[in-house]
Write a protein that binds this ligand. Structure first.
Ligand code: FES
Ligand code: FES
Length: 153
């Protein structure tokens, strides 16, 4: 199959790879870079489990073609903590007990970071609205919203 070279920065590390033109960013992360924190839920843009930041904006990585990302800066759940220092939203998820099975959690946290950076945290309703692309089969929505509220300060 046709392949293309793409250079992008993932969690601060420059990567150059040759990938099939049909490869999604999610598959590039999980299968080529061994970054399996981003989850494949629906693989169709409906669940948010694969959420990453591209140039600071939230995207569903399952719907994003890797070859379109020449020069992009990608941040995944693996890029949020710095050594022993957890990102404030990761700490807030622990404090608020905002997960059960944890499958949706990486996507929820990355999405929450995006939500905070975008400034959509003025009320619980606004947080819920802007986090609505992230589904949680365990129904932890109230606690997730509280965690985002805590981290947003
Ligand atoms: Fe990407 Fe569900 S796996 S939105
Ligand atoms: Fe199980 Fe959200 S914690 S799907």
């Amino acid at each position: 199959p046709p392949g293309s070279r793409v250079s992008l920065t993932v969690n601060g590390v420059r990567r150059t790879l040759t990938v099939d033109n049909r490869t999604s960013l999610l598959d590039l992360l999980r299968e080529h870079l061994d970054l399996t924190g981003s989850k494949k839920g629906c693989n169709a843009g409906a669940c948010g489990a694969c959420t990453v930041l591209v140039d600071g904006r939230r995207v569903n990585s399952c719907l994003t073609l890797a070859v379109r990302l020449e020069g992009a800066e990608v941040t995944t759940i693996e890029g949020l903590a710095k050594g022993d220092w957890l990102h404030p939203l990761q700490q807030a998820f622990i404090d608020q007990d905002a997960f059960q099975c944890g499958f949706c959690t990486p996507g929820q946290i990355v999405s929450g970071v995006g939500c905070i950076q975008e400034g959509h945290t003025r009320s619980p309703e606004e947080i819920r609205e802007w986090m609505s692309g992230n589904l949680c089969r365990c129904g932890c929505y109230v606690k997730i919203e509280r965690a985002v509220e805590q981290a947003a300060g």
